[in-house]
Design a protein around this ligand. Structure first.
Ligand SMILES: [Zn+2]
Length: 600
């Protein structure tokens, strides 16, 4: 039977399969080894087959999710190429991140190189040390520019008795391989290697793994209960769980700040070891988890045109990073508070912090949110231009649009309906949404005129007034009495203890700017009295708003004096809370806004 000739239909199918194979190059196979973790070098091998003619290999300039140039090539050593029999193939660099390799005689090119990986405190790149190995795979794996669409697979060779967890799905063919349909999907994967600990759960038809690089004391908090509830509320926003497996990696390091980077089916995060001992740190960590998780929908699948399909050399700017980051900064806390994992007080506290941060963001008066999105790639020396605007202002714009849509539709719809509608339209498409499609979505799933409202909020610089939004929900924002506000002068200073404060930067248009002060000035007296870093706020609090005062300072070696008129205090911390006299209608709106959305 086996030798029987295939019939005509089978022959036609065979021909079609052969044509498809000709169009798609054979799978690229990568191996990642780590024979000496303390050296911080991963050893990478990449094997390409059916190579006809000279071959080009490159390593990425940036990692999707980073939107900044972050060249892998600078960390690569010992690059070499060989054919299938191990015979060396001449390779020369044609630019700083690309190699031209001579044609192999047997159609096989195998490249080998070492990548230095010694990241600390952040999760954006790769690290290998005696305790742990971790990588966002775009930081290790290079590519053949004409084979980005080819299937790709990777095998890990963990050090010693180390375990391994990756978001790349296992290859059904086995052999210890993990496989993806193309290079994009492969390098969107993450891996952790070491003696990590792990918790897992099943929810919404998916299997969720939470891996911590060090043993953790989970006792004080019910992490799995909290994250499980969070996943339900995040999924409720978009109406679907778009994956079967999701991997949370948390790298525990003493120097860790609060950082994460999103991937299609997982996230890499960093946190300090006290994470579960301290309620504030724990709720902040949950906020990070919520943000990165919402990205699985907003940006990994629902993404702006331009940033996907990815290209790995050069910038890929978009005007819509405020949707990618800002709307995620809005939706993450919404899912979290609805899940009950954080209290409403904790939610309001983080909302208040965002409002203060936006109020103090002079960059928003200089550049629109769309311009700041586009220019995220640039490193700016302008001290008040911060990429953070995309997060903070973006999240508050989402909130304001939510109010406007709710008002226009008598509460029938909100900004989440727009995101859900756009997700349904775009997420399974290879290319992202255009500016026009974003605006159409605001009209179609929001309300008439919301395209123009979006333009007004993101298309030009200016302050954002949220008083009407607070009022609509029966909320108020009051100064935090625990952090009394000094008069506003608009300088940021550095220094410690009894030192004289040195001006770090001056807010444009502020009283200090009008007084002619500039960065590097060392303030020595206010109103003829000596000042010190540890009592500067007190000294300023003793001043009256609107009343001129003498400021003495050293500029280089010269003692100078200026007259400065402080303005009314701007509280550094605020409390957002429900108003005692809120109307029943406002109370209902607040409940509708914060109540759980996931079906039990
Ligand atoms: Zn983000």
């Amino acid at each position: 039977m086996r030798s029987r000739l295939p019939g005509f239909a089978a022959l036609a199918m065979l021909a079609a399969v052969t044509a498809a194979q000709a169009a798609t190059p054979p799978a690229t196979s990568y191996t990642i080894a780590m024979p000496d973790p303390s050296s911080h070098f991963f050893h990478v091998t990449a094997r390409f087959e059916k190579v006809r003619g000279p071959f080009t290999f490159a390593v990425p300039s940036w990692t999707p999710g980073g939107y900044v140039r972050d060249e892998v090539a600078g960390n690569v050593l010992d690059f070499a190429a060989a054919d299938g029999s191990g015979r060396a193939l001449p390779a020369r660099k044609t630019d700083t991140r690309t190699w031209a390799i001579d044609a192999p005689r047997d159609g096989i090119v195998e490249v080998r190189y070492r990548v230095y990986a010694n990241e600390r405190g952040t999760p954006y790149g790769a690290r290998l040390n005696a305790s742990v190995g971790h990588a966002n795979l775009a930081r290790l794996l290079g590519f053949a520019p004409d084979r980005l669409a080819a299937p790709a697979r990777v095998r890990f060779e963990p050090y010693g008795d180390w375990k391994m967890a990756t978001s790349v799905p296992p290859d059904p063919a086995g052999g210890g391989w993990y496989a993806a349909a193309d290079y994009d999907l492969l390098v969107d994967g993450i891996v952790i290697l070491g003696r990590f600990v792990e918790e897992s759960f099943d929810e919404g038809g998916a299997h969720w793994r939470m891996v911590f690089s060090q043993p953790m004391d989970f006792k004080k908090n019910d992490l799995i209960k909290d994250v499980r509830a969070l996943t339900r509320e995040a999924a409720a926003i978009f109406g679907v769980v778009p994956f079967k497996d999701y991997l949370f990696i948390t790298l525990i390091e003493p120097e860790a700040g609060r950082g994460g980077i999103e991937h299609r089916d997982g996230t890499s995060m960093c946190a300090a070891a006290e994470l579960f001992d301290d309620r504030e740190k724990y709720s902040s960590y949950l906020g990070l988890v919520a943000h990165e998780l919402v990205h699985a929908w907003n940006v990994k699948r629902l993404r702006p045109a331009g940033i996907g399909p990815y290209q790995y050399i050069g910038e890929t700017p978009t005007k819509n990073l405020y949707v990618a980051e800002g709307f995620t900064t809005y939706l993450g806390p919404m899912a979290l508070v609805r899940s009950g994992a954080v209290t409403r007080e904790e939610f309001f506290k983080s909302l208040g912090e965002r409002m203060v941060s936006d109020r103090d963001n002079a960059g928003m008066l200089a550049k629109s949110l769309e311009e700041q999105s586009w220019d995220w790639w640039l490193e700016s020396k302008v001290p008040f231009l911060t990429y953070r605007s995309n997060y903070t202002r973006g999240s508050l714009v989402a909130w304001k649009l939510d109010y406007e849509i709710r008002t226009a539709t008598q509460g029938a719809r909100g900004v989440e309906d727009v995101m859900k509608g756009l997700y349904g339209q775009i997420a399974t498409r290879a290319t992202g949404y255009t500016d026009a499609e974003l605006r159409q979505a605001f009209v179609r799933w929001g309300a008439p005129g919301m395209d123009a409202r979006l333009d007004a909020l993101v298309g030009r610089p200016g302050a954002l007034d949220l008083a009407v939004v607070l009022d609509d929900l029966g909320l108020e924002m009051v100064p935090d009495p625990a952090a009394p506000a000094a008069v506003y002068v608009g300088w940021r200073t550095t220094g410690t203890g009894k030192e004289f404060p040195t001006v770090d930067w001056i807010e444009p248009g502020s009283p200090a700017a009008k007084a002619g002060l500039q960065d590097r000035d060392m303030i020595v007296a206010i109103g003829g009295r000596r000042v010190a870093v540890d009592r500067l706020d007190k000294d300023l609090a003793a001043q009256a708003a609107g009343k001129e005062v003498a400021v003495s300072y050293f500029r280089d070696r010269m003692l100078m004096e200026s007259r400065m008129t402080p303005e009314a205090p701007r509280p550094a911390k605020v409390i957002v809370r429900p108003r005692g006299d809120a109307s029943p209608e406002a109370k209902n709106k607040l409940e509708a806004w914060l109540a759980p959305k996931a079906k039990p």
